[in-house]
Design a protein around this ligand. Structure first.
Ligand code: NAD
Length: 249
């Protein structure tokens, strides 16, 4: 049976990370040619590119390289992001910390859409763009990471608008909004501080964080022709988090 991404070329940013690597693996299993993009060499994929996606020239060169190698680009998973320790309450976050997060989380998505979507528009069948936002784009946290939250709100609004703009030109654009995911980073953080983990787990109806492969399956849906009528969406994969008032005991 043909895979759901057979013949498609997919560019995944942040491909060395938890969600990116799980998605690269699933996309490959579904027949895609995967280009894994991250800061350093060694990302999963048929082609691994070391690119800082905050730099415009690097982004245009990256897409040109992919076109040169494979002739077309069908799927963009704009997923690179950071969540550094010095991004906290608005009262304590420096302008420098604010800007760094905006650059990696929002400016990079702008750049990858600006320079990636023209390639998708050249295909007969168009293409699919999935931009990684977060559940914090739709709900507030008392444990603030103000620039991260604002950046993800920006990704959500940007994606919605692009979904509408390109709806009649064959390019779908959706914002992926994961709930907290059980990545190595999160595990390390919460292993060191079980109270911090408990503070968050109590709000999750399922009582657990997501696995990266559960997020990847949603990305596959949005990237493939299984979702031909889905665009401009706020695609939450959050275990019910954003729908919950109280949670089961
Ligand atoms: P991760 O840290 O494991 O992966 C992020 C990857 O992005 C890393 O490999 C990193 O090297 C790369 N990256 C950072 N800056 C870059 C740059 N300038 N250029 C190229 N690559 C760069 O994190 P993850 O959990 O896999 O997160 C992936 C995305 O999902 C992020 O956008 C994150 O904000 C979002 N997200 C994560 C969670 C969660 O709980 N893990 C929840 C909601 C949303």
């Amino acid at each position: 049976m043909a895979g759901r991404l057979e013949g498609k070329v997919a560019v995944i940013t942040g491909a060395a990370g938890g969600i990116g690597a799980a998605t690269a693996e699933l996309f490959a299993a579904e027949g895609a040619t995967v280009v894994g993009v991250d800061l350093h060499d060694g990302s999963p994929g048929d082609l691994a590119l070391a690119v800082d996606v905050t730099e415009e020239h690097a982004v245009t060169t990256m897409f040109a390289q992919v076109r040169e190698a494979y002739g077309h680009i069908d799927v963009l998973f704009n997923n690179a992001g950071i969540s550094p320790d010095d991004d906290v309450s608005v009262l304590d976050t420096s302008l420098e910390a604010w800007q760094r997060v905006q650059d990696v989380n929002l400016r990079s998505v702008f750049l990858c859409c600006k320079h990636g979507i023209p390639h998708l528009l050249e295909n007969d069948g168009g293409g699919s763009v999935v931009n990684t936002a977060s559940f914090v784009a739709v709900m507030g946290a008392a444990t603030s990471q103000i620039s991260y939250t604002a950046s993800k709100g920006g990704v959500l609004a940007l994606s919605r608008e692009l979904g509408v703009e390109f709806a009649r030109r064959g390019v779908r654009v959706n914002a992926l909004c994961p709930g907290p995911v059980d990545t190595p980073l999160l595990q390390e953080l919460f292993a060191k501080d079980p109270e911090k983990a408990a503070r968050r787990l109590v709000h999750l109806p399922m009582g657990r964080f997501a696995r990266a492969d559960e997020i990847a399956k949603g990305v596959l849906f949005l990237a493939s022709d299984d979702s031909t009528y889905v665009t401009a969406s706020t695609f939450l994969i959050d275990g019910g988090l954003s729908g919950a008032y109280t949670t089961p005991q």
